[in-house]
Design a protein around this ligand. Structure first.
Ligand SMILES: Nc1ncnc2c1ncn2[C@@H]1O[C@H](COP(=O)(O)OP(=O)(O)OP(=O)(O)O)[C@@H](O)[C@H]1O
Length: 466
């Protein structure tokens, strides 16, 4: 899978060709490529949302720098604009700052100042985008959640869920990967009085400790190199709603004390901050680890374990509730058809007989993926047949990498190629959930993030929240 080529991040408009050349050479030598335009109209006509910074000559014929600035800020508020001007027009440059420009530079340019200012503006723009991404990670609970299942084990879960929804207490969801903990966390939120406020999730193991702390609790400007602005954390963003702490069993030991205080008082310090911040959140946590065992191994604080374990809710693995398969199958078939805007195919009764034969180690996530694959590749439009699921065994043997045929076909291959293919296929099987894929592959979640980066397997998966 090759990544799309990144578009140029710095756009420059100046009607003077010598200035354009000087600027372009200076940035080139600093490793920053730029796009050059002779006037403001051309720059505005070519601007794109991957641009981080625009350098605009204040005094261009036609559309001047100030006009361009207001158009850019209106359409792309996160692109930073730096004005280029002569010393005698400083008053106009100040007006530009008041209108939202990041800074201004006077001709002749000092190359170091030029590059430094552009780098700062690029960081600021990137930071603004990250903050926006963070806001988008908040899923407003507008859709009705379809939690399926009619097995006695799921009926018990639903009964408990009804009782828990009304309470404000922390709920701990436990269960294997793919059993539906995230979906149930959202259901708990929807059943609560906080349902119209945000549901915000944070995935504990996907980031190194420092970043995770900043992701959860935010940071103040200057907290560490690169922290050029205050950044809100997920705890801030969940104010009034529910904060879902996914994979809490993987939270680094050094952060557990801060989390304990947060759970008890709902207050915290942003990284580098001195003011105690309060957020009115309801907490739901999830783990697929045995936390008791982690406590015994010294990897999890005992006080935090007791604090979390007040309202535990165990979600059973799919193999213990195969009675749910018909409901789940019908659900995924009709959802698939809805999304494709087609009539759902009939399901041959022997499909279920076949599906019952698996133990579904990847639980509902695996089941969902298998059903979607079968629907996509099915022979006949009007009916889903057991043969359409033959791909099922193929997928399994690839991911388990256990069967002899698989092993012999690997002989002589480069190890990194095998690793890349294994990761790619397992991610596909797990709906691009890195945590689930890491578990299946028996590697730490941090490693899968590193390897995905190394092999260029980045996808559109829901960032830190998944
Ligand atoms: N009871 C259910 N009814 C319908 N869909 C379900 C049900 N349970 C899970 N799913 C679907 O299965 C997929 C996996 O569920 P989810 O992400 O909630 O699992 P999880 O336990 O949080 O996994 P992980 O531990 O790996 O994060 C999702 O697409 C979810 O919508």
């Amino acid at each position: 899978m090759s990544r799309p080529k990144r578009r140029t991040r710095l756009l420059i408009a100046d009607d003077d060709s010598i200035t354009r050349r000087v600027l372009s050479n200076a940035f080139e030598s600093a490793g920053i490529s730029s796009e050059l335009y002779e006037n403001g109209e051309d720059l505005i006509g070519s601007i794109h949302d991957e641009a981080l910074v625009c350098l605009l000559d204040l005094n261009m014929p036609g559309k001047g720098g100030l006009d361009c600035l207001s158009e850019i800020k209106e359409t792309y508020p996160m692109i930073e604009v730096i004005m280029l001007t002569s010393v005698d027009r400083a008053a106009e440059a100040l007006q530009a700052i008041r209108n939202g420009a990041f800074d201004y530079l006077t001709k002749p340019f000092d190359p170091n100042e030029l590059i430094h200012t552009v780098q700062l503006a690029m960081q600021a723009s990137q930071q603004a985008r990250e903050n926006q991404d963070l806001r988008q990670a908040i899923s407003m609970p507008s859709q009705i959640l379809d939690v399926k299942g009619s097995s006695p084990k799921m009926k018990r879960v639903f009964r408990l869920l009804d009782r828990l929804g009304g309470s404000e207490d922390l709920v701990l969801l436990t269960g294997e990967s793919g059993t539906g903990k995230t979906l149930l966390a959202k259901a708990i939120h929807q059943k609560s009085l906080r349902r119209d406020a945000p549901f915000v999730s944070v995935s504990c193991p996907s980031l190194p400790r420092e970043l995770l702390e900043s992701e959860m609790f935010g940071h103040e400007k200057g907290a560490f190199s690169g922290a050029i602005n205050r950044r809100l954390g997920r705890a801030d963003l969940a104010d009034g709603g529910t904060l879902f702490l996914d994979e809490i069993g993987d939270i680094p030991l050094e952060l557990q004390a801060k989390l304990l205080t947060f759970i008890q008082d709902k207050s915290y310090f942003r990284v580098g901050g001195e003011k105690l911040v309060h957020s009115d959140v309801r907490l739901v946590a999830a783990t697929n680890r045995d936390l008791r065992e982690s406590v015994e191994k010294g990897m999890f604080r005992e006080d935090l374990y007791y604090r979390l374990n007040v309202l535990p809710l165990e979600i059973p693995p799919l193999r213990e509730r195969l009675e749910d398969l018909p409901d789940l199958l019908e659900h995924f078939v009709s959802r698939f058809a809805q999304r494709q805007r087609v009539k759902p195919p009939r399901v041959d009764p022997s499909v279920l007989v076949k599906l019952r034969q698996s133990s579904w180690p990847g639980n509902i996530r695996e089941f969902e993926n298998v059903v979607i694959r079968a629907l996509t590749l099915r022979e006949r439009e009007d009916i889903l047949l057991p043969e359409d699921f033959d791909v099922l065994s193929g997928v399994k043997s690839e991911t388990q990498m256990q069967d002899d045929a698989g092993v012999s076909s690997l002989a002589g291959k480069r190890l990194d190629e095998i690793e890349k293919a294994a990761i790619e296929q397992t991610l596909a099987l797990c709906g691009n959930k890195k945590s689930a894929a890491a578990k299946m592959l028996g590697i730490a979640e941090k490693s899968i993030y590193n390897k995905v980066k190394k092999y260029g397997l980045e996808t559109d998966e829901g960032g830190a929240s998944s």
